[in-house]
Design a protein around this ligand. Structure first.
Ligand SMILES: Nc1ncnc2c1ncn2[C@@H]1O[C@H](COP(=O)(O)OP(=O)(O)OP(=O)(O)O)[C@@H](O)[C@H]1O
Ligand SMILES: [Mg+2]
Length: 375
C-alpha cells in the first residue's frame, strides 16, 4: 500500500493532522463512537475541527493528563525524547487527540500511520528513517500491524536500529541501520490483542475511560462556542446525558442539534430543541441508539436473555463481532446493561427495566412489546 505520511512541524500552532487529506485506509472504523451514517473521512474531518490542540484544553481524563504532564515536563527538563507511549480505550475517547497534542507540547514533529496500512516492513521503513531525534511516530490501531512488521519494529523501538536483509539464500546479508532516538505513540481499542513483546516495549501505558456527564457538558458548551452557536446549559446537559460517555458522540450530537435548531427553530439550542433533535435520531434517555437496543433485544428474544457468545449475536444481527466488541459492548457493560461471563453475554435486570420503560413511551412499535419475562 502506498505510504501516506504526515510530517508536521509542531513549532507553529498548526494542527498536525491538517493537510494530510485522508488517513490511511482503516485508520478509523468510521462509525466508531460517532454517527453510524458518517464515512471514515467525513468523521475524521469533523473530529479535526473540534479537537483540542493543547493539553490544557483537554477536558477530563485528569489522572492521565496529569501523568502525561509529568512525563512531558521531565523529558523537556532532561532534553531527552519521550519514552514510547501506548494509549488504549474505546473509540472516540481521545487517543488520537492526546497523540497529536503531545508532540505539539514537546515542540516536535509527528508522523502518522496506522497498523492496517503497514502491510510489510518496507511500508514502515520510511517512517523509521525519517523520524528525527525526539520526534513522534503515531501508529493508530497498532494491534492490527501484521506480525512481520511487528518484529521489524522491535529493534527500532528498543535499540533504535533496523535490520535489513538484502538478497536471498546463501547470498543474503543483513545490514544494521542506526535510527534517531524517536518516540512511538501507539493507539489501540484492543490492548488485549497486542502481543506481550510489543506491549512491553511501551514504557508508558495509559488507559482512557468514559467521560462523566459534567465533563461532556463542558466539552459541548466549549465546542458550541467554537461553532458560534447559542447553547443553553440545560441543553448541553441533556446532550451530554445521551452521549454514552464519549466526546466524539457528544460532538456529533452537538452538530446534529445545531442543524436541527437552524432548520426547525431559531438557531438557538434550547432544552426543547435538543430533546426533539435527539428523539428524532432515536437516542433514548440513557444514550442508547437503535443498534444498542437491537443488540439487547437480540439477546432477549433469540438467546433467551443469554448467555450468548458475541460471534453468535453478531451473526444474528448481521454485524461483525469486532464492531459489537469495540463500539456497542463497552458502554453497555459499563452501564450494567449486560454482563460478560465466561459462557457469553447475559442481559441484566436493568436492561430489561430500561427496555420496558422505553416500550411504554408513546410511539413505540407494538411488536417490540412481545418480550418474554426473564426475571
Ligand atoms: N478530552 C477531550 N476533550 C475535548 N474533546 C475531546 C477529548 N477527547 C476527545 N475529544 C473530541 O472527540 C473527538 C474524538 O476523539 P479522538 O479522535 O481523539 O478519539 P480516538 O480515541 O482516537 O477514537 P478512535 O479509537 O475511533 O480513533 C475529537 O475530535 C475531539 O474533538
Ligand atoms: Mg483515533
Amino acid at each position: 500500500m502506498a505510504r501516506k505520511t504526515t510530517i508536521s512541524s509542531m513549532d507553529d500552532d498548526r494542527d498536525p493532522a491538517v493537510g494530510q487529506g485522508s488517513w490511511d485506509g482503516g485508520l478509523s472504523r468510521g462509525a466508531g463512537a460517532g454517527s453510524g451514517a458518517l464515512a471514515d473521512g467525513e468523521q475524521e474531518q469533523l473530529d479535526e475541527e473540534l479537537r483540542p490542540s493543547r493539553l490544557q484544553d483537554v477536558v477530563g481524563q485528569r489522572d492521565v493528563v496529569e501523568r502525561l504532564m509529568i512525563l512531558l515536563e521531565a523529558t523537556s527538563k532532561r532534553k531527552e525524547p519521550l519514552g514510547h507511549l501506548l494509549l488504549d480505550g474505546p473509540p472516540g475517547l481521545g487517543k488520537t487527540t492526546l497523540a497529536t497534542v503531545i508532540p505539539r507540547e514537546l515542540g516536535t514533529d509527528i508522523q502518522i500511520t496506522a497498523g492496517p496500512s503497514l502491510n510489510a516492513p518496507k511500508d514502515l521503513l520510511p517512517y523509521l528513517t525519517n523520524a528525527a531525534h525526539g520526534s513522534v511516530l503515531f501508529i493508530d490501531e497498532i494491534h492490527r500491524m501484521p506480525p512481520a512488521v511487528e518484529e521489524f519494529i522491535y529493534p527500532a523501538m528498543e535499540d533504535f536500529r533496523v535490520d535489513i536483509t538484502l538478497g536471498e539464500g546463501l547470498n543474503a546479508r543483513t545490514i544494521n541501520m542506526k535510527l534517531q532516538h524517536f518516540t512511538v505513540i501507539g493507539a489501540t481499542t484492543r490492548s488485549g490483542m497486542l502481543t506481550a513483546p510489543l506491549r512491553d516495549r511501551f514504557v508508558n501505558r495509559e488507559h482512557l475511560d468514559f467521560y462523566t456527564q459534567q465533563e461532556l457538558s463542558t466539552i459541548i458548551l466549549r465546542n458550541s462556542g467554537k461553532l458560534r452557536t447559542h447553547m443553553d446549559p440545560a441543553a448541553a446537559e441533556e446532550i451530554a446525558m445521551r452521549s454514552r460517555g464519549t466526546p466524539r458522540k457528544a460532538n456529533n450530537w452537538l452538530r446534529w442539534t445545531r442543524d436541527f435548531a437552524d432548520a426547525r427553530a431559531d438557531g438557538r439550542i434550547t432544552l426543547d430543541v435538543a430533546q426533539a433533535a435527539l428523539r428524532m435520531k432515536g437516542v433514548d434517555a440513557a444514550g442508547l441508539e437503535e443498534q444498542d437496543r437491537r443488540y439487547l433485544e437480540t439477546i432477549i428474544t433469540v438467546f433467551g436473555g443469554g448467555p450468548a457468545g458475541v460471534q453468535a449475536i453478531g451473526h444474528t444481527m448481521n454485524i461483525p463481532a469486532d464492531t459489537l466488541e469495540d463500539e456497542v459492548e463497552p458502554f453497555l457493560l459499563r452501564e450494567g446493561f449486560i454482563q460478560r461471563t465466561p459462557r457469553g453475554r447475559t442481559i441484566t435486570a436493568k436492561a430489561l427495566a430500561h427496555l420496558n420503560a422505553a416500550d411504554r413511551s408513546p410511539g413505540r412499535k407494538a411488536s417490540q412489546r412481545d418480550r418474554p419475562a426473564l426475571f
